[in-house]
Design a protein around this ligand. Sequence first.
Ligand code: GLU
Length: 465
Amino acid sequence: MSEIVTRFPPSPTGHLHLGGARTALFNFLFARHNRGKFILRFEDTDKERSKEEYVDSIIEALNWLGLHWDEGPYFQSKRLEIYEEYAKRLYSEGKAYYCECSKEELEAKRKAQLERGIKPHYDGTCREKGLPPGSGRALRIKIPEEITEIVFEDLLRGKIVFPPDEVDDFILLRSDGTPTYQFAVVIDDLTMGVTHVIRGDDHISNTPKQLMIYQALGAKPPQFAHIPMVLGPDGARLSKRHGARSILEYREEGYLPQAVLNYLARLGWGYGDQEYFNLKELIEKFDLSRVNLSPARFDPEKMLAFNAYWIKTLDSSEILKHLKPFLKSYPIEKYSEEYLKTILEGVKPRVKTLKEMAEMIDFYLLEEIELDEKAKEKYLTPKIKSLLERLIIDLDSLSFDDEKKLEEEFRALAEESGVKLKDLAQAVRVALTGKTISPPLFEVIKNLGKERVRIRLKKALEFIN
Ligand code: GLU
């Protein structure tokens, strides 16, 4: 069997979004699963809308997700000579012809056709004129008259049949010499040896045109698998309106690439009732037959839950790597890698994003913490004052390296003073973290260490006084 080759061909006219990323993922997984090749290609022939910054941001997003390509990135704008060469061939073989109809003429005919209630199509004015190439002339494919239907076998949907009027003599090269999407995509897929085209089902209607080009070239088309679109919770095509962000925005929001990938894979693909997959497992298990044919609906809550799962599950050194960009405002260089990993352990099960995580551990990283206004009014009260004083005196005798013992010692202290452990704990929590919600208190005390605990308790006392 020959090597399997897939491709991801975004147009750099915007950032990479969930739908596009899922298409990239499926192509990547299919190639990796079959030990084939995955190609990245930018379809940037639309000069007005294509932007360098989108090329960069799509590349960054793919790299962040870990969807590494084996070949490319190719740019259609740098392959114009190749399209020209194939165009010449089709022209010289009589399979394409030049057309001198002006934009205005075509537009007028289109309008008239629409008014008469027929599907707009090129009426063949120049088909038999035998025009040579020349300025202002576009190259059109000459669809053979004997075509009765256009058929292909979609890997997901089975046989798809189009009536012959699905295609007219459409344009291959515009009058300025640039290729249309239909032509460039076929020449690229052909010359790059693409064997499988996995793309959104919004491209089904392009497929008959592309098949006609393959036929004109006497070339075997790749296999097609048209995957259902991603929809928003309301059933409309997924967009910003549904709260969907670009991939890099998810990174900024504190999502892990593992979570985004896992969620994307589950959008329209499944493996029994398994929910969680890492990339390695996805590569092992992915196959097209398990792609769901009904459209997938984006569920932001579920995606967030996947993120919480992966934050809780991945080991702390991996989490730390992704967390570091969120810690820029803290002097983390003062702390050892070991210390940072230790403090993460306690917060991993308590947050849904890395952003939340960074906020939750701020008290570990800052020398001077700010006490939340409400929390200090409520918990740092005169009632607790003598107990805090006592605690400071007793600090030297507390078991800082043993959370269990620490808890017992706190309990004894509270009982002796006739205060509930809960009230003491909450006051100490506010004093040490500035907040009413934190990782488990005795873990916090242990991680902060005696000296920092002493300083913060004293500060809290100052506030009560
Ligand atoms: N550039 C096209 C897109 O972004 C690619 C379509 C295809 O896969 O053939 O939709």
